[in-house]
Design a protein around this ligand. Structure first.
Ligand code: DGY
Length: 324
């Protein structure tokens, strides 16, 4: 490459602010993962924006690649061992989105509990002719029991917010977190016990082989008939068919999903017709300050990888058999 040549980086749908952060020295190539892709053949960096799949075969089609920089914290769409094997560092954006994602968790919990979405539709309709105290009676959030599945960075922020609602907070991780228990006043519960005791259950865990399909028919059978499930993690943590069965039979009261499996749901999908299900289009971290920081971290990781420096936020593949 001569000094005048721009650095080719492949990334799809990048917003103008992110392109501006990359600077004039970067040529953004539209995402093309196909066999024989000229973009992949040239790319020295990949920005994964909006979760395109990055696997071993794709990496093999990118012989110049020095770094994969993911916009977001979850990297379940990237084959980390395949990247590690090829000595390609992968970066992500942890931490900066914890508060925004926890806010969204509470937003969905409150919306489902207090009929915000159905109430909005009703208030816009001609049927709303007078104030009627007997309609759309929701569930009390204050003082209720919240079960958090995945007390990581985001789950902890959810717990902090729940305290402001005087909620009793249970959590389930594979291992107890004594520091979190004393700091946040939360109590560990076995998975089945948490499901049975909670009025609200929020999913704040990463998608891993252990969490795929975690909320199954058996899990729904453990929940209270008044329970409300909130998923801001990843769609496949919940078995969509089991969710449909549980909601349509009113085995649980309601659910609110920021992520679905598949995502998006095909138009006409049976889940889209349920009155007791709220769906938002993956907005967990979609808040202005958070987005800005995610973009900055994405660019910082990319820049470091391009010059062979250690990435400020590098993700490594999980060590087999390690406790989490
Ligand atoms: C994340 O950070 O993982 C969000 O899902 C956005 O990608």
């Amino acid at each position: 490459m001569t000094r005048m040549e721009k650095t080719p980086v492949m990334g799809d749908g990048l917003p103008p602010e992110l392109i501006e952060l990359l600077g004039p020295g970067v040529e953004v190539l539209p995402w093309d993962a196909s066999v024989g892709s000229p973009a992949l053949a040239r790319a020295v960096g990949l920005i994964t924006y909006g979760h395109p799949v990055v696997d071993g075969p794709l990496l093999d089609r990118a012989p110049q690649l020095k770094v994969v920089s993911n916009h977001g914290v979850g990297v379940d769409h990237i084959d980390l061992p395949a990247a590690e094997m090829r000595r390609i560092p992968v970066g992500n954006t942890p931490g900066c989105l914890d508060a925004a994602t926890a806010d969204m968790t509470l937003a969905l919990l409150l919306a489902a509990a207090r009929n915000v979405v159905v109430g909005d539709r009703f208030a816009h309709s001609p049927e709303f002719t007078h104030y009627d105290p007997s309609i759309l009676i929701g569930r009390e959030v204050t003082g209720a029991t919240l079960g958090i599945i995945g007390l990581g960075r985001i789950g902890r922020q959810v717990a902090r917010r729940a305290r402001a609602f005087d909620m009793r907070v249970l959590y389930h991780n594979r291992h107890r977190d004594a520091a979190a228990e004393s700091e946040l006043g939360v109590a560990w519960a076995a998975f089945d016990d948490l499901l049975a005791a909670s009025d609200f259950i929020t999913l704040n865990c990463p998608l891993t082989p252990a969490t795929t399909g975690l909320i199954s028919t058996a899990a729904f059978a453990r929940m209270k008939p008044t329970a409300i499930l909130v998923n801001v993690a990843r769609g496949p943590v919940v078995d969509s068919d089991a969710l449909y069965a549980a909601l349509s039979a009113r085995q649980i009261a309601a659910a609110a999903l920021d992520v679905t499996d598949p995502e998006p749901l095909p138009r006409g999908h049976k889940l889209l017709g349920l009155p007791n299900l709220i769906i938002t289009p993956h907005l967990g971290s979609a808040a202005d300050r958070t987005r800005r920081r995610m973009q900055e971290m994405t660019v910082e990781n990319l820049r470091a990888g391009l010059v062979g420096r250690e990435l400020p936020w590098r993700v490594r593949p999980p060590v087999k058999g390690a406790a989490s």
